[in-house]
Ligand binder design. Structure first.
Ligand code: N0T
Length: 523
């Protein structure tokens, strides 16, 4: 008599996105993965020497992920011949330094332009035509309306994704891919090539009007207004449905960029089905379409991109402009998760990162040119990442369930109160205490920030830097709310360990919770 046992090792799922309540999480090796990231400078990944130095540094800066360009011009310098020396080198270094990689496909478009197209593409402008302005000037932007341009980007991207599957499916160092970089039309809001003009004066495709009808309740206000002004028409050319003007040029262009990207992304996904997103250069400062990189994956164009490029999982903002919290809000909308693939490298990021994760269920945070700080260990963001690293599993567990808030302060935004379970939590900039000699009114205060996690009705966790918190309740019956006790804690392997009891001067004799400016901790 004998028994036979068959053990089928279930293949590990490749990185993918998964909904959790109102959040969308990136799942890596079967667990939610929050990206403590940074993006490399544009030319860094073209030298393995640089990459070696940099990946070591990023590990010291407590990153868990680096965003690394993959350059079409170097991968396919000769048509149809592919060289992955740099890509493979980056993967090897990432593994060595315990980092994940998000690859940035610098393919047909990079910051509107086509500077990463190989020489054989650039030279052969008859075969691979450029976009043209209204006045007939040729731009260094490969036209989105040309089949040859589409075919070469598709072919190269497919080859690239196939390669990633081959070298990494079993290890999963690569967790996501950005398709192109900051797509956009600039100088004019749309391409005026012959093919483009023809389509502009043809009926708006049914694929788009169907989408608009079906999603009318949730359309971005800018689009809804233009459509409404023209009587919610579903048949007619672009100007008949959306009116005359640069804004309609932009809608048209976004739609057509979307169709192009859909083919590229879907072909890539068929080779290796990793999550894929697009990043946007933002359109602030009241500029009109054409004056900023238009028709890219901008917040006000979310519906157009969704309708035209469903293979793209989400849109992401590159934040260089003022108005950080507002940009976060604009991109965490209608199920689009907030991922910040680029933000200007500034000390304030050490505060902003707490806001992004705490307030907007962010998937990740990633300042640009991350390798440049001189003292990696002393860099402010390093200290925030060190704290966040400890609580990532807890944050992931709470995402999508309204159990967290994030706070961000500077000289203008000094305090904010939130309510939970009948309690009020008033977070303020540490300088509001007036204890710091630099806290004079009128002086520029450093950015500070924190997040709160609800553990249970009466138990909360705060992590951050440069904040003070007081507690009350929403009852109007004279009841007071007080502090039971506060511990500073750390997390080891996801387990909370008390470090010290924060009483006396550390909690102002029971009046508040404080993390002084220039200090980072979890309480
Ligand atoms: C970014 C970076 C890199 C108010 C700029 C930002 C990166 C690209 N573009 O260093 O080129 O590859 O994605 C454009 C933001 C313009 C600044 C607006 C100032």
């Amino acid at each position: 008599l004998f028994f036979l046992l068959t053990i089928v090792a279930e293949a590990r799922k490749i990185p993918h996105l998964q909904k959790k309540g109102t959040a969308t999480q990136l799942i890596v090796e079967d667990n939610p993965f929050l990206i403590l990231g940074g993006e490399l400078g544009n030319s860094t990944a073209s030298s393995l020497e640089d990459m070696k130095r940099v990946s070591e540094k990023l590990q010291k800066m407590q990153l868990n992920t680096m965003l690394v360009p993959a350059y079409w011009e170097l991968i396919e310098a000769e048509e149809g011949k592919y060289d992955y020396t740099l890509v493979d080198g980056a993967i090897e270094l990432a593994r060595k330094h315990n980092l994940k990689i998000v690859f940035l496909w610098f393919g047909v478009w990079k910051n509107s332009m086509s500077c990463y197209a190989p020489m054989w593409v650039k030279e052969n402008y008859l075969k691979y035509p450029r976009a043209v302005t209204k006045s007939g000037k040729s731009l260094e932007i490969l036209s989105a309306f040309n089949q040859n341009n589409l075919e070469i980007d598709k072919r190269a991207f497919k080859h690239f994704m196939n390669h990633l599957a081959e070298v990494d499916k079993s290890q999963q160092t690569i967790i996501m891919v950005q398709v192109e970089n900051e797509i956009g039309m600039i100088e004019d809001a749309r391409d005026y090539s012959k093919e483009a003009n023809k389509l502009f004066t043809s009926d708006v495709p049914k694929q788009l009007t169907d989408y608009l009808v079906k999603n009318k309740q949730s359309l971005r206000p800018q689009l809804l207004e233009r459509w409404e002004k023209n009587g919610f028409k579903t048949k007619g050319i672009w100007t008949e449905l959306f009116g005359e003007g640069l804004e309609t040029d932009e809608l048209f262009m976004a739609w057509n960029y979307g169709l192009f990207i859909q083919e590229v992304a879907q072909t890539g996904k068929n080779a290796y089905n990793l999550p894929m997103y697009l990043n946007a250069a933002l359109n602030s400062r009241e500029r009109k379409p054409g004056a900023y990189p238009s028709a890219g994956p901008l917040a006000h164009l979310l519906d157009i991109w969704r309708a035209s490029a469903p293979a793209i999982d989400f849109l992401a903002p590159d934040i260089y402009d003022p108005g950080f919290t507002d940009w976060c809000k604009q991109y965490q909308v209608n199920g689009n998760p907030l991922f910040i693939p680029e933000i200007r490298l500034e000390d304030g990021n050490a505060a902003r990162v707490f806001y992004a994760f705490g307030e907007h269920d962010a998937m990740g945070f990633s300042p640009f040119f991350i390798e440049s700080p001189a003292n990696p260990e002393e860099y402010p963001l390093t200290k925030s990442y060190k704290v966040l690293r400890q609580i990532l599993p807890l944050l992931a567990e709470k995402q999508g369930e309204n159990k967290t808030n994030g706070f961000w302060f500077d000289s203008e935004v000094k305090e904010r109160t939130v309510e939970r379970n009948g309690y009020t939590f008033t977070f303020k900039h540490d300088y509001t205490l007036g204890w710091n000699p630099l806290a004079k009114d009128g002086s520029k205060w450093p950015e500070t920030g924190a997040l709160i996690i609800e553990l249970s009705k009466n138990e909360y966790l705060v992590a951050g830097t440069g904040i003070v918190v007081t507690f009350g309740n929403t009852k109007k019956d004279g009841t007071e709310t007080g502090i039971g006790f506060i511990d500073e804690v750390e997390f080891k392997d996801g387990k909370m360990i008390p470090l010290r009891r924060m009483n006396g001067d550390q909690n102002h004799q029971g009046r508040h919770l404080r993390i002084p400016t220039g200090e980072w901790n979890i309480q």
